[in-house]
Write a protein that binds this ligand. Sequence first.
Ligand code: PGA
Length: 252
Amino acid sequence: MKPLIVANWKCNPTTQKQARTLFGALNRGLKGAKAEVVICPPFVYLQSFKLRVSSFKLGAQNCFWENKGAFTGEVSPLMLKDLGVRYVIVGHSERRQTLRESDTIVNKKILAVLKDGLTPILCIGEAAEERWQGKTFDVLEKQLEGTLKKVPKAEINKVVIVYEPIWAISPGRPCSSDDALTAGLCIRKIISQMAGKAPGKSIRILYGGSVNSQNAASYLTSEWLQGLLVGATSLDAKEFLKTVKSVFLLNK
Ligand code: PGA
């Protein structure tokens, strides 16, 4: 399976013009790339990208759990699907921390995204104190159990899971590749317990947190991780293309 590279633009850039320039550079630069790349811009830019995407897939950074109705300010999975979106990031730590999104809310979103035939990209990961207290495995287990509740066992493999330790998100420092791979293995084990069988090769577990062109390939040296979630680096077209290239070269 090709590695999956997800670009999370977060709340950037601030103008249509800048967004179009970045989008155009990526669209040209990714032509023919052997990696599967998903670009997740802010909602407001999705419409203008819809018809021009050729080299990658479109993702959203969030969604609501209902498809329509009296929910002021929300954007539904069906609306995103209509815009050509195929992936939706859910449970990012910035939303958990800043907007108090709980595992219960993230769970509702995952169920809604799956129901509409989109792919959830679920972010999980421990805070710095939890890591130093040796609680990483427990945190991952609790987050997976809470967010994947009621997901049919046969569908768990459809969820892309990102191990993104909060302390490693830039401007933090990247997690070592050994630690990221170990977390990937832990996640795989927890998922096997939940699904009642080994997840096999179809599940995708990614690493996220200060990924750049220098360290990207080091996370993909074993079968425990199948891709990367890239934040700050994805806002610099040249550096992001270099990052993607460093990864797909591994798979030639
Ligand atoms: P970063 O962000 O690559 O800037 O650390 C990753 C993310 O939080 O999605």
